[in-house]
Design a protein around this ligand. Structure first.
Ligand code: HQG
Length: 215
């Protein structure tokens, strides 16, 4: 896991987080995060924020344009709010970097924006990775393998609870199923695996021969 602590400290803004900000985050933090991820992973054009090929956007520009676009909502961004969101995110979805004096932010994985050239690290995977899905998708997965669908990559995790949470997101559409991916054999057969900065494992496709139903 790449740690954001130093980037956050350099901004020196968390000390300005107000009581109101904390209240807002407590009540609307999930909605706010969902909306920010929506912009950063899928639709930067919704708010007109400029994004580079590695999905970075300027934090100040994001804040300004996000607030302008969603001024009718109960949530908002400010530098302290954004940094607290980044700091507290349980999946560490957001990455930060400084370009000179400009703070940049991106989502670390999960994008669907065409043409992005994410600089994921190519790494040798653990022997086994897990993918959470639902039974509704199983016939298609067992026929075609795991495909990125709307995103750029197939998402997998090293641990079962993370896969279970991913599956749980679709509880309304079907029964959760955890798939076991024989990543070691797949890599030995020449497949490339990528590791996002928040320890999510990615691949372009997982053929059915490497997939087992775990539970
Ligand atoms: C399924 C969340 C039919 C696949 C999560 C999944 C993750 C197929 C869905 C991250 C298929 C795509 C990504 C095939 C795959 N036929 N269905 N051949 N191949 N599928 O959301 O992995 O909280 O794009 O099983 O925790 O669910 O948003 O991928 O059910 O880390 O940060 O098609 O998103 O993270 O769904 O989730 P998604 P995912 P966040």
């Amino acid at each position: 896991m790449i740690d954001n602590t130093k980037m956050i400290e350099r901004a020196d803004a968390l000390k300005d987080l107000t009581k109101e900000d904390r209240k807002m985050l407590k009540r609307y933090g999930d909605k706010l995060g969902g909306r920010v991820c929506g912009v950063l992973r899928h639709h930067p054009e919704d708010i007109g924020v400029a994004m580079d090929l590695q999905a970075w956007v300027g934090a100040a520009e994001l804040i300004e344009k996000f607030n302008a676009a969603y001024s009718d909502r109960k949530y908002y961004l400010s530098l302290p709010v954004l940094l607290e969101m980044v700091r507290a995110d349980e999946k560490q979805r957001y990455g930060l970097k400084w370009e000179g004096d400009t703070l940049m932010i991106r989502c670390r994985q999960g994008h669907s924006i065409p043409g992005l050239e994410m600089d994921y690290r190519v790494e040798a995977p653990p022997e086994i990775l897990y993918h959470g899905t639902i039974d509704t998708f199983l016939p298609s997965i067992l026929k075609d393998g795991l495909k990125p669908m709307k995103r750029q990559k197939v998402h997998m995790s090293r641990d079962i609870p993370t896969a279970r949470r991913a599956a749980g997101r679709r509880r309304q559409m079907g029964q959760p199923v955890i798939l076991k991916v024989d990543a070691g054999r797949m890599a030995a057969d020449g497949a490339v695996f990528y590791l996002a900065d928040n320890d999510v494992w990615l691949a372009d496709h997982v053929a059915t021969e490497y997939i087992d139903i775990f539970q």
